[in-house]
Design a protein around this ligand. Structure first.
Ligand SMILES: Nc1ncnc2c1ncn2[C@@H]1O[C@H](COP(=O)(O)OP(=O)(O)OP(=O)(O)O)[C@@H](O)[C@H]1O
Ligand SMILES: [Mg+2]
Length: 331
């Protein structure tokens, strides 16, 4: 039984499940925010028993020992609105989240794509940049700071455009909608107007003159690289994701990375003990591939839909076939 641990609206999980059905793989989907609405958990710890059970309201029951592999993609914390009183809600949600985290710990690491502990470690951008640099990938010169003096000297010494972006990620939740806070090229008046940004630590990077953006998807030892032709439109020149907002469909193209870069991508993913990660690069006009960030929980379905890479099969092979064939799926 493959357990898909996700949220109600995750498109990559929807898309993966279509493939699970077509390959007749037994699975259950756990939308973690729905605790109390669609499922409950029971953990037994004693002389005879050390296990857990997930009971779904539709009658399905999954015992710990039946879980052969877990696809873990953007689970949300439980929302217990209307189940407990507002006064009890914070406590109840925290307790329930802890129960979920407890059952993750009871499932052996080799069954996961990706194991939550590895995921939580890998999402830190600073550690990503440090590791990428150690491995020998090119990265843009970077400053993370909030004080005007450091930022001012970084900008002056750079003698080129500077990109500013979020330290964690550029998504903002506003009135139930997810908005993108895009990467921005600093205007020449930035330092004069600095007060508006004061005291928020921000990532400042030398802007790389791009040929195109590159999305890399690594699954185990498989790698899929796609060029996103962001430089075809002025709107998407700095941040290609603006295309989604203004309705521009950017041309996506399968590409081959140089062997050295490809191997370093795989090395970086295994450095963080991940089975899956997407990665953002840009190809500079100097023909170097600059690593920007690792997205260990990143979306991938749109890449398969546009360019046709068999990413779902790669994920399922990693989660199922290797496990079944080898007894223990990974080294
Ligand atoms: N140093 C840079 N030089 C040129 N373009 C950059 C640079 N950094 C980011 N960009 C552009 O900004 C966009 C988003 O890049 P990136 O993924 O690094 O941003 P982010 O805000 O960290 O993203 P996320 O929200 O996914 O964490 C891409 O189009 C990328 O090309
Ligand atoms: Mg990104």
């Amino acid at each position: 039984m493959l357990l898909v641990v996700t949220n109600r609206t995750d498109l990559s999980s929807d898309y993966l499940i279509l493939k699970l059905k077509s390959r007749s793989v037994p699975f259950a989907r756990l939308n973690t925010e729905d605790y109390g609405f669609t499922y409950k958990i029971k953990i037994n710890i004693g002389q005879q028993l050390r296990n857990f059970v997930i009971e779904f309201t539709d009658g399905q029951i999954i015992r710990m020992d039946e879980i052969t592999s877990v696809y873990f993609h953007h689970p949300n914390p439980p929302i217990l609105e209307n189940i407990v009183t507002e006064a009890d809600r914070e406590f109840a949600e925290r307790e329930t989240l802890e129960v979920l985290r407890s059952i993750w710990r009871m499932i052996p690491e080799q069954k996961w794509l990706n194991h939550p502990i590895n995921l939580w470690r890998a999402v830190n951008k600073v550690e990503q940049l440090l590791a990428a640099f150690e491995i020998g990938l090119d990265i843009p010169e970077t400053l993370i700071a909030s004080d005007k003096d450091s930022i001012s000297s970084f900008i002056k010494n750079a003698k080129r455009n500077i990109i500013a972006k979020a330290v964690k990620h550029g998504f903002i939740s506003c009135d139930g909608k997810i908005l993108v806070a895009p990467s921005q090229r600093l205007p020449s008046t930035y330092l004069e107007d600095f007060q508006s940004f004061a005291e928020i630590p921000t990532v400042y990077q030398h802007e790389i003159d791009k040929v195109y953006d590159v999305r890399v998807v690594v699954v185990g030892q498989k790698l899929f690289a796609t060029a996103i032709h962001s430089q075809n439109y002025t709107e998407t020149e700095v941040d290609w994701r603006i295309g989604d907002i203004v309705g521009i469909d950017l041309y996506h193209e399968k590409i081959d990375l140089p062997n050295g870069v490809e191997n370093k991508c795989k090395e970086l993913v295994s450095f963080f003990s991940l089975q899956y990660s997407s990665m953002d690069f840009v190809l500079g006009k100097d023909r170097k591939y600059y690593f920007l960030e690792l997205n260990p929980n990143g979306q991938w379905a749109w890449i398969e839909q546009i360019v046709g890479y068999p990413i779902r099969d790669a994920i399922l092979d990693n989660l199922i076939d290797e496990h079944i064939n080898n007894g223990c799926k990974r080294n």
